[in-house]
Design a binder for this molecule. Sequence first.
Ligand code: ATR
Length: 287
Amino acid sequence: MKLYGVIGDPIAHSLSPVMQGRAFDEMGIKAHYHPFHIKGQDLEIAIKGMKAIGVEGFNVTIPHKTAVIPFLDSIDPLAKAIGAVNTVIRENNRWIGYNTDGEGFTEALQAEWKENLQDEQVLMIGAGGAAKAVFYTLLSKGIHHIDICNRTMERAKKLIKDCPYKGHSTALTLTEAEEKLSQYSLIIQTTSIGMYPEVSQSPLSLEQLNPNAFVSDIIYNPFETTFLKAAKKRGAKTQNGLGMFVYQGALAFEKWTGQSPNIQRMTETVMEQLGGNVCLPENKNAF
Ligand code: ATR
């Protein structure tokens, strides 16, 4: 029996153990995926201990995604640039850190919208940790036109300035973004605005939204944020954050096992777990 897991604080509500555990079962791999509740002060000893007891790989969640880096043996270049790790694999008894969040977002977007994103005019809302993973990953894939708007414009500017991947990006205030909105074909909402329990909040007015645009929100609780509802009302196609969560997990699974899990089944597993704890939209297949 191989051992995998996720480290975080808190960890009890993580959806990963059931999602990954079932994926292992379905692929016929004898493995256990455990939620490890690790406090910040115990992080170093926990990482060493997991090697000692033979853990094969693990996920990292809040608040350890950045703090874990000094305790790993090597970091993939994209994860290094992002400054955060969510997936660790064990190779020749060395811990190698990756970030599959941005990649998971991109794959979900490609699966739910379209494969070729190169020529999209992108507006990203937010400049925090999630925004950084998505922004750097998209740029690393050659998607060049990504503007960033944020309540604190300085953070958006810094994100652009610090990015090691080339692109054409402008930092905007939220008001500037609202005014220019019709120019964008893809809008990506990465802030926590509209997340349960503050479900009535929305980061931006969508009055000028191009109805042909695609609007993505990384939140999945509620299933359909006020922001996505408004986008849909204006005729846009939308996507919530469930796909990003599932794909980041599937990418981790692939790194550990070399096998691709069934995305549809993983999605159903997460949906089942969310069950009564999520505000479902009228159309459950909306994501
Ligand atoms: P995460 O790592 O989850 O992205 P974060 O680093 O705290 O979290 O970033 C949160 C993002 O949501 C930021 O872009 C933040 O804007 P600021 O940089 O101005 O703080 C944005 N955000 C959170 N609450 C907000 C609110 N009430 N209004 C506007 N922006 C908000």
